[in-house]
Design a protein around this ligand. Structure first.
Ligand SMILES: C[S@@+](CC[C@H](N)C(=O)[O-])C[C@H]1O[C@@H](n2cnc3c(N)ncnc32)[C@H](O)[C@@H]1O
Length: 215
């Protein structure tokens, strides 16, 4: 068994062995999801019921697209009468997904934000998802604040674009700046709950924050 305290664990080979044997990686292949991250959103939605047919979802940091796959199905983008919408953005290219509207670009860039807003055309959003992750340097004093910086920008977007009963789900890292971010969310939203789905590896400092504008 791999030992998280063993330095070899951090080598690419160790990561690859773990990845290949990861039950969520295997399940994602069978279920047709683009990444194991799908199961994090599935577990949170099964418990917290974020999505309903016909909803509008914005997915920040969407590539390769497994959260889009889950959201598109659960808001029923293929419904002929009242289709839901999933609008997604990522720095990276993303292979097309039926019913998902995608922008390639930097969400923190004003021009990209304007594009996203023009796609919304004044419509308010039911759920804002953010799984954005900056390029990691391995130095926690750099990575932590960068990751939290993205979360803060996502939270501002959610505050400005969510419906009064809307929800914001963001990934965050428990490290420098986390507690301040958590406290800030509590001033912006009515409720803030932490979620650590099974598919989120125990040794990972990642945690998900689910924020609601109403009780
Ligand atoms: C963990 S991945 C997202 C996985 C995705 N939720 C899924 O299920 O397939 C994080 C993504 O955030 C994107 N990202 C990071 N910073 C970004 C930014 N400023 N604007 C847009 N996307 C960003 C990265 O390119 C990366 O694809």
């Amino acid at each position: 068994m791999l030992n998280p305290t063993n330095k070899r664990h951090k080598s690419n080979k160790g990561w690859l062995v773990e990845h290949v044997h990861d039950p969520y990686v295997q399940k994602a292949k069978i279920d047709g999801y683009r990444s194991r991250a799908a199961y994090k959103l599935i577990e949170i939605d099964d418990k917290d019921k974020l999505f309903k047919s016909g909803m509008i979802v914005v997915d920040l940091g969407a590539a390769p697209g497994s959260w889009c796959q889950v959201a598109a199905k659960r808001v029923d983008v293929a419904n002929a009468k009242k289709p839901g919408r999933v609008i997604a953005i990522d720095l990276l290219e993303m292979q097309g997904l039926t019913g998902v509207e995608f922008i390639q670009g930097d969400f923190t860039d004003d021009a990209m934000l304007a594009r996203l807003e023009s796609m919304l055309n004044g419509a308010k959003v039911d759920v804002v998802l953010s799984d954005m992750l900056p390029n990691m340097t391995g130095v926690s004093t750099i990575d932590g604040p960068r990751a939290i910086g993205l979360c803060e920008i996502a939270a501002d977007f959610a505050m400005n674009h969510l419906k009064p009963e809307g929800k914001f789900l963001t990934k965050a890292y428990q490290g420098p700046g986390y507690q301040e971010f958590f406290n800030q969310l509590k001033t912006q939203f009515k409720t803030v709950h932490t979620r650590k789905p099974d598919a989120s590896r125990d040794r990972s400092a990642e945690i998900f924050l689910l924020c609601s504008r109403s009780k």
